[in-house]
Design a protein around this ligand. Sequence first.
Ligand code: DGT
Ligand code: CA
Ligand code: CA
Length: 573
Amino acid sequence: MAVSNSEIAAVFERIADLLEIQGDNPFRIRAYRNAARTVQGLSRSLADMVAKDEALEELPTIGKDLAAKIREIVKTGSLRKLSQLESSVSPGMVNLLKVPGLGPKRLRKLRDYLNVHDLDTLEKAARQGRLRQVPGFGAKTEKNILRELQDLQLRTRRFLWAEVEDLAEQLVAYLRRQPGVKQVEMAGSYRRRRETVGDLDILVSASRGSGIMDAFIGFAAVERVISRGSTRSTVVLRTGLQVDLRVVPQVSFGAAWHYFTGSKAHNIAVRVMGIQRGWKVNEYGIFDKEGQRIAGRTEKEIYSLMGMEWIPPELREKRGELEAAAEGRLPRLIVEEDLRGDLHCHTTRSDGQDSLEAMARAARDLGHDYLAITEHSQHLRVAGGLTADELLAHCDAIDALNERMKGIRLLKGLEVDILEDGSLDMPDQVLQRLDICLGAIHSGFSLAADQQTERVIRAMDHPAFNVLAHPTARLMGRRAACALDMERIMDAALERGCYLELNAQPRRLDLNDVYCRMAKERGLKVALSTDAHSTGQLSYQRYGVAQARRGWLEKKDVLNTADLKHLLRALRR
Ligand code: DGT
Ligand code: CA
Ligand code: CA
């Protein structure tokens, strides 16, 4: 089976991590990270491009050297360069890189002073209060590291939803192609669209003697088999992702699908409702007192027997969905087609990989009515942030393209840094020229909750401010959310006519589901934006929509479901 783009991106990320530990050249490290991002955001399969002998060198950020590496990965399934690096860096050190706030420089210091060489020795040193004795480390850092270590343990072995998407889709398609197979469906957290998944759960119904288990174990991305039975098998894929496959009879497929979709809390609540009616509810169906199966073939049967509408999987977290379904007041969840445009993206003018025109065309091809161009401001130097003059020139370029190009309207925007005192990193008269102003925290992540909240509210006081971009600044698996009083921030946004973003980048998905719901309940609209850094990433809207649905959002709760006229009106404060 072909190597997926995600697998190639993961190889590049890993090389960058290892080089970083070795203290290699920062430009080289960045080149690998940029390449990983390009690969992840591509709309075409690299394996396909290699098979057709297309020029990979023409992709942004991919030079001759990286193109050769991609070919090697596609053709051999591995990369010699990575194996060499892996054997020269200890696995303990590699793990330490996962601790947020511990860059390679600090890691080397801890190694030299305290002989910290893996997570265990780090934890021990922190507990004994020895970290604070190292120059540049204090008691506060020590406490933060201990907290991060606990978080890390909770997070281990979970994958971003988007990271497993390719493989999950390929595996399901592969299983559906097997002879004798009647139905194949994904269940578990993947189907509920949680932002991360622990493992994949797949259900199959197949005719007797179909050999489906052999086919499953024979899937090319399988690395090892953990268990193998006639109705259940578990394997681990090359990426480390575990997959459970269960074979269930068609008469109880709906019951099994419901059961293995979860969540566990939702299931238990459904079972209790059944017991109250004198029924038995399990993965084989709903059974009456005589033991007769009274539902089980479809999920709809199960819910309707309980007197409920069918509940979309994204809502099955026992957060009031059963009551809502019983009373016929489930939300009409937003779908991708409701979105009319995108309010956050970057071009080559700051740290994006595609030109202004390419981004505009790609957005138009997706059917968008509008696209906001929102480069960084100069405080964010590493991302090519713009000065006032540069932004004004960029606005001219956007105006000129709007003149020339039909079928989409580009909005002049900016993702301006919110400085530590809450002021915006751009003069007022320049901000006035914009159609939309996003504000974002890109530094000072560890301020105490009070200060951080004040900082954000002060930024929203600025009359040009429209949307708080990726509000908590979290990067899943890499950086914890900023401490913020989100209720206060939402109230302040409402008072000022500002909005909060739901950033659709798979590692951000910020706001999370709970905060989306909190916004909806306050009547605060959310801007669902991709923050695309390439044309391919404009389709990340699907990740944002999934998170929005988990947060109970409907079309009316999302700012960019409005047409251009109403959007512009909503951006006027
Ligand atoms: P994950 O894999 O950690 O991202 O989360 P899930 O929700 O996919 O959990 P997983 O893979 O352990 O189990 C899949 C589903 O099976 C789960 O969502 C609900 C169901 N399930 C598992 N264990 C139990 C249980 O003890 N009781 C009930 N009622 N359901 C369970
Ligand atoms: Ca699972
Ligand atoms: Ca499982």
